[in-house]
Write a protein that binds this ligand. Structure first.
Ligand SMILES: [Zn+2]
Ligand SMILES: [Zn+2]
Length: 357
């Protein structure tokens, strides 16, 4: 048989990995997980939960609801969870943050000079063609190009520089590589250099972004990452004003203080751990007092004294994410905290007996 003769029609020369898109995830998924409850009261897997039989058999005698195979033959299936708010991929947030720091938020161009940018793109192109030894030559050649006499806009300068660099790469390629050498390239060395160039580009070592956009003259915004989950932009006009990148429905945000009226809280996992670490159940105070204590804006030193580590970070957003149905003074307004009476501290109230609770 021809298939046993060892002949192959193609040879694998490389493998590359990427991130699958939202649409691809949905195509691979056999189930949209909609309930956080995995098991029912009798400890059976709930339909639509994380142990749904669509993902594969959970027990020995069961069959997979997707492929119909047993525990031994089914290799398991993917599902997905629809998130109610957009979130950054935690594996990519650092790289995304670096790229955003190089962008103009007004016209969305990169904050580099057209020539510098084209030189770096040409160096990447040279590497992909195996020309790892001409990176410095390209830098020198590109920098020596005179673009003054072009006298046109940044796009025309880029096209001119790009063309000249391309000609240089083609010339070097034809000069250095015969057919036999092309097959014997030091791929490992080239891949290492490519990774180094990408890394240095992302960390800003290769090129420093300009403080002012060359296209539209807008000033560069300063960005910060919060808890590896949010990217926040300080608006250039006022330092107090901030914006969450990616959350278009939020127009404005500010660091919380004690005077702000709070109607609801959204808390990150890290924030929840900070609150638990403060052991609030050992010394109960109302939540509207506890949170300002923990983000260190409470004005009552006695309360603060009981919680020595106050490292919570709190931000307020506008427009509000949730709205109260009734405000103080409205008919049918009920509050768990506003109407409560302060209990004086004494020996008995500090150590109540269970019968008194
Ligand atoms: Zn299966
Ligand atoms: Zn711009």
């Amino acid at each position: 048989m021809s298939s046993t003769s060892g002949q192959t029609s193609a040879q694998i020369v490389g493998v590359s990995f990427g991130i699958i898109s939202k649409d691809e995830i949905k195509k691979l998924s056999v189930l949209n997980v909609e309930t956080w409850k995995t098991f029912d009261e009798l400890s059976h897997p709930r339909e639509g939960g994380l142990c749904d039989s669509a993902f594969g058999p959970a027990k020995r005698d069961e069959m997979c609801a997707t492929c119909g195979l047993s525990e031994f033959d089914c290799c398991g299936h993917y599902g997905h969870i629809n998130l109610s708010l957009p979130v950054f991929n935690p594996f990519l947030i650092k790289q995304l943050f670096q790229v955003l720091k190089m962008c103009c938020f007004e016209c969305h161009h990169l904050l580099f000079s057209p020539t510098d940018l084209e030189i770096k793109i040409a160096q990447m192109e040279a590497l992909s063609r195996g020309l790892d030894i001409i990176l410095e030559d390209l830098q020198a050649f590109g920098s020596s190009l005179t673009t003054d006499n072009i006298g046109l806009d940044a796009v025309s300068i880029r096209l001119y520089v790009r063309q000249k660099l391309k000609e240089k790469i083609d010339e070097e390629y034809n000069k250095r590589f015969t057919k036999s050498v092309k097959n014997g390239l030091n791929v490992k060395n080239i891949v290492e250099k490519q990774q180094m160039v990408y890394k240095e580009f992302l960390t800003g070592k290769l090129l420093k972004p300009n403080k002012k956009c060359l296209q539209c003259a807008a000033l560069k915004n300063s960005l910060t990452v919060l808890n590896n989950a949010l990217i926040i932009m300080n608006e250039s006009k006022s330092k107090a004003s901030k914006k969450i990148i990616g959350a278009d429905q939020i127009e404005d945000m500010a660091v919380m203080d004690m005077t702000a009226v709070r109607v609801g809280y959204l808390i990150t996992g890290l924030g929840a751990h900070k609150l638990i670490d403060a052991k609030p159940l050992d010394q109960l105070i109302p939540v509207d007092e506890f949170l300002p204590v923990m983000y260190d804006k409470h004005t009552d030193d006695m309360m603060k004294h009981h919680f020595p580590v106050r490292n919570l970070r709190a931000l307020s957003v506008y427009p509000l994410l949730i709205y109260p149905t009734h405000y103080v003074g409205d008919n049918h307004y009920i509050s768990d905290t506003e109407d409560s009476h302060k209990t004086e501290l004494n020996a008995n109230s500090l150590h109540p007996k269970h019968t008194e609770l």
